[in-house]
Design a protein around this ligand. Structure first.
Ligand SMILES: *Cc1c(COP(=O)(O)O)cnc(C)c1O
Length: 463
């Protein structure tokens, strides 16, 4: 299988090259040139298979030329062995036809582990084979950083630098990044918001000299392999609920649109998904895009669900590419205009295409807090604010047509301060989070300045 850029200006690449590159040279995002298909019989069979086997099957579909079936299964088995649930991503019933998909059972208590644990396995195998070393640089709105540090810490052929927005992430999220002591890990606390961090990382990738000098590699959700890894739990959960005979709907708390796009991928591979609702907080660019006629940046505001405080949803570019009939020049124009003026109009074709599968819903701060209380009263479960955004958006979906699965993207113990204000009687704790409290932290404060960041990374990569 070959991978092409959404902007049409980069040569097609193999899975292996796309994995290590992250972003395409033309600023676009990679997508497979054709959608691999999974048959109805295979989907039905997934209900009887361990998660790692389903993951290996999906990985093979995307990376069959890079990894043998044995290698894929070995990588997936090791990646998901670090989860504390045998199902890896267990379903919990909330009510008639309403389900929660727990994606936070990995080592850093957020769904980012699902992809990152596998990515580290894949990087290790490929770099060993090629005898190469790389510098991974990632921007984080909170959870990607911890998941990436946990997955890549101590690996011999990889250095990893995380950029996070100073003061905009929870202390538990920060400690997952800053407490590991391995010398191949560096954390930059950037004086800015997540969009600044993401723009810095994208800028690094646009500098060919820098890219080559440090062996730059990206593991943000623009990395195709992450999307591929995340499509797996759509298959396992839908199969458990009766797919392919039964159609299933998903509600996805959304920031960068990676997780929701992974659902689109599963659908294109043959999974009968009825509907996907993208649930945002007050940073509602995606909710507005799905209900209005434009994709237009708003002002980023800090919310109870900081991992979704995003006004430039990178992966939306992949959906625009698809919805325009894979028109790379239309996609390039749209995102050039987004870069230059902060927005673009959606064509009627795009809107009609979105409407076949997607809707959006924005959830306010007070609705998020009310949902946390309501879920606790009705089910006895404490959910984190991101999951609460999803549940509030799910309430508007009819569960009679198809079961509604809301993705639970983080464990509440990652956001104890926010939850203590809303539901003080129920402590948001987890032994993994408690174990980090009081450990020494390592990080470097830095301005949101391209040259300063480049200089820092050059030095770290050379050390
Ligand atoms: C990253 C994250 C999200 C948003 O996921 P995207 O793939 O960026 O849309 C939602 N919830 C939590 C807890 C996250 O860490």
């Amino acid at each position: 299988m070959r991978y092409i850029s959404t902007r049409g200006g980069a040569a097609p690449k193999s899975f292996e090259d796309v994995l290590l590159a992250g972003l395409a040279e033309d600023g676009g995002l990679y997508v497979p040139d054709v959608w691999p298909q999974v048959s109805a019989a295979e989907i039905a069979d997934f209900a009887h298979q361990p998660y790692a086997e389903v993951a290996a099957r999906i990985l093979q579909a995307f990376a069959g030329e890079t990894f043998s079936a044995d290698e894929a299964l070995q990588a997936c088995t090791q990646a998901y062995g670090s989860f504390d649930a045998a199902a890896v991503a267990p379903l919990v019933q909330l009510g008639p036809n309403r389900w929660l998909l727990e994606l936070y059972r990995g080592p850093t208590l957020a769904f980012k582990d699902v992809a990152m644990q596998l990515l580290a396995q894949l990087y290790e195998r490929i770099l060993e084979r090629r005898e190469e070393t790389l510098t991974i640089v990632a921007a984080t709105s909170g959870d990607t950083g911890g998941a990436a540090v946990e997955a890549f810490r101590g690996l011999k052929r990889v250095k990893i630098v995380i950029l996070f927005p100073n003061g905009r992430i929870s202390p538990v999220q920060r400690r997952f990044m800053t407490t590991p002591t391995e010398a191949n890990v560096a954390c930059l606390s950037v004086d800015g918001d997540f969009d600044d961090c993401q723009a810095l990382v994208k800028g690094l990738f646009r500098d060919d000299g820098f890219r080559a000098d440090v062996g730059l590699s990206g593991v943000n959700s623009i990395n195709w392999a992450r999307i591929a890894a995340q499509s797996v739990y759509y298959f396992t959960s839908a199969a458990a609920l009766g797919a392919p005979e039964r159609r299933v709907s998903f509600v996805v708390p959304t920031g960068n649109f990676g997780d929701a796009f992974a659902g689109y991928v599963a659908k294109r591979m043959g999974l009968p998904i009825d509907h996907i609702r993208a649930a945002t907080n007050s940073n509602d660019i995606l909710a507005r895009a799905f209900s209005g006629g434009a994709y237009a940046r708003g002002r980023a505001v800090a919310t109870l669900s900081p991992a979704m405080d995003i006004q430039a949803a990178s992966n939306f570019e992949r959906l625009v590419f698809e919805a325009s009939g894979r028109d790379a020049s239309a996609t390039r124009q749209a995102f050039d205009s987004f870069q230059a003026s902060g927005g673009f109009e959606l064509t009627a074709t795009m809107r009609a295409s979105f409407a076949q599968l997607f809707s959006g819903a924005a959830v306010s701060e007070s609705e998020t807090a009310a949902q946390i209380l309501r879920t606790y009263e009705e089910t006895g479960l404490l959910v984190d604010p991101h999951t609460a955004v999803g549940l509030a958006a799910a309430a508007g979906l009819d569960a009679d047509t198809a079961p509604v699965v809301t993705l639970a993207t983080a464990h509440p113990a990652k956001f104890p301060e926010a939850l203590a204000e809303i539901l003080p009687s129920v402590p948001a704790v987890h032994p993994k989070a408690e174990a980090l409290a009081g450990l020494a932290e390592r990080m470097t404060e830095i301005a949101a300045d391209m040259e300063a960041v480049k200089a820092y990374i050059r030095q770290f990569a050379a050390a």
